[in-house]
Write a protein that binds this ligand. Structure first.
Ligand SMILES: [Ca+2]
Length: 168
């Protein structure tokens, strides 16, 4: 009599475990991949906007002698140069903000630190570096989510730049 009960329980346990393993296997892989598909996987800079610049260098001297600075920017990662903007000549505070758009730039490495250097163009000497901002896609994402407008201050702190971002 006892033997029959033990055997019955043993069969019940086997049925239980095989039932569990069957119901678990199909759901978990699908659930994970579906969640990832709804997140953007690409981001492009569609416009660069300069909101503020320092109007003098570290010595307190203006960038150009008789006119406002002639500003342009370069986008790089380390020593690799990706983009150089057009120069906008003789700007004053009344001209800000200044927006460059048209060249969508794919930020392909989300862990990479990108640097945007802002210069005063000089044709008789080397252009002067006005200031820089650095950013990474992961840094933007963790602080701002998938924002379409990322605004940051640079070095020096009077340099203020917005990036218009397109996530896909
Ligand atoms: Ca100049």
């Amino acid at each position: 009599m006892h033997k029959k009960i033990y055997t019955f329980c043993f069969i019940c346990l086997i049925a239980l475990f095989s039932g569990c393993s069957k119901s678990n296997s199909p759901t978990s892989p699908n659930g994970g991949s579906n969640n990832n598909l709804s997140q953007p996987t690409e981001v492009r800079i569609t416009a660069v906007k300069i909101l503020g610049i320092p109007w003098a260098d570290v010595y307190g001297v203006g960038w150009d002698l008789f006119t406002g600075p002639d500003i342009f920017w370069k986008l790089r990662a380390g020593s690799t140069l990706y983009l150089t903007s057009q120069v906008i000549y003789d700007i004053s505070s009344a001209n800000l903000p200044i927006t460059w758009s048209g060249n969508a730039f794919l930020l392909s490495n989300w862990g990479q630190t990108y640097t945007l250097d802002v210069y005063d163009f000089d044709d008789v000497s080397d252009s002067d570096l006005i200031g820089s901002v650095s950013f990474s896609v992961n840094g933007i994402k963790s602080g701002n989510g998938f924002t379409s407008l990322y605004t940051t201050t640079g070095s020096p702190g009077t340099l203020q730049i917005s990036l218009q971002l397109e996530w896909k």
